[in-house]
Design a protein around this ligand. Structure first.
Ligand code: GLP
Length: 239
């Protein structure tokens, strides 16, 4: 149980520190298995990663990656899908082979089967070496909303209304936000060898403070991370 807390003064600083951890990982092991996250928090992180790639510091040729989650029921080509997010923020800018990056398929005909398949393919790749995470205002990680068992593997979840409202900015209307998602479970995330959690801004202060206080409860999904043997939390706010 060793959590490394890194307090930063700006979003840029957070993005740079997080990306430097991933750059180091790739420099030490070019065929790393990386776990990627979406949302507003990692946008600056991906910019830094792309910069490092362009400067010749890293390559994605031998990387395998797995994303945390995807909406159920919107086309993967939709501007709001996490597949599109990843292509726009990272994959189209680096030398990653198409077959090397993975997102759960929210349009699979058999979603239960897709969940099992996803965990199996992570395992077959040797497990995730380094996982990036954001945190929701309610303490959700990936799309694991409060109350989900810590033992959960990749699964189909109903999105909390607050999460749908929070993510409505990526859609035209609130009604367009899917009600379900496919997400790596808490246990799938805990299986990663190293985890980096990033959170910046006034909106995240309460969640980070709650995490820091250290009570481990399924009502606050991120709290299980405190049991991980290699967790780094990079956080800060304007105030
Ligand atoms: C989303 C994502 C999470 C993300 C979180 C916070 O719903 N599924 O992976 O960490 O909410 O998002 P943001 O970084 O935009 O605040």
């Amino acid at each position: 149980e060793t959590v490394k807390w890194i307090k930063v003064g700006s979003y840029e600083e957070m993005s740079k520190i997080a990306s430097s951890i991933f750059v180091k990982q790739l420099q030490n092991k070019s065929n790393s298995v990386l776990g990627f996250a979406t949302g507003g928090s990692p946008v600056g992180f991906y910019k830094e990663i792309v910069k490092s790639y362009q400067e010749g510091k890293i390559s994605f040729e031998e990387v395998t990656s797995f994303n945390l989650d995807e909406y159920v029921g919107i086309p993967s080509s939709s501007p709001a899908s996490y597949a599109t997010y990843m292509i726009e923020n990272l994959f189209q800018h680096v030398d990653v082979p198409k077959e090397s990056y993975h997102l759960p398929n929210g349009n699979a005909i058999n979603l239960e089967e897709e969940c099992l398949r996803y965990d199996k393919s992570i395992e077959a790749a040797g497990g995730i070496d380094l996982q990036l995470l954001g945190i929701g205002v309610n303490g959700h990680i990936a799309f694991n909303e409060p109350g989900i068992p810590f033992t959960s593997l990749t699964n189909i979840v109903d999105l909390a209304e607050s999460t749908r409202i929070e993510n409505a900015r990526y859609f035209e209307n609130l009604e367009d936000v899917p009600t379900q998602a496919i997400t790596m479970g808490i246990q799938s995330i805990m299986n990663a060898k190293k985890i980096v959690l990033i959170a910046f801004g006034d909106k995240k202060v309460a969640a980070i403070e709650r995490l820091y206080r250290g009570t481990i409860t399924e009502d606050f999904p991120a709290s299980q991370l405190l049991k991980h043997s290699n967790l780094t939390v990079i956080y800060g706010s304007e105030g």
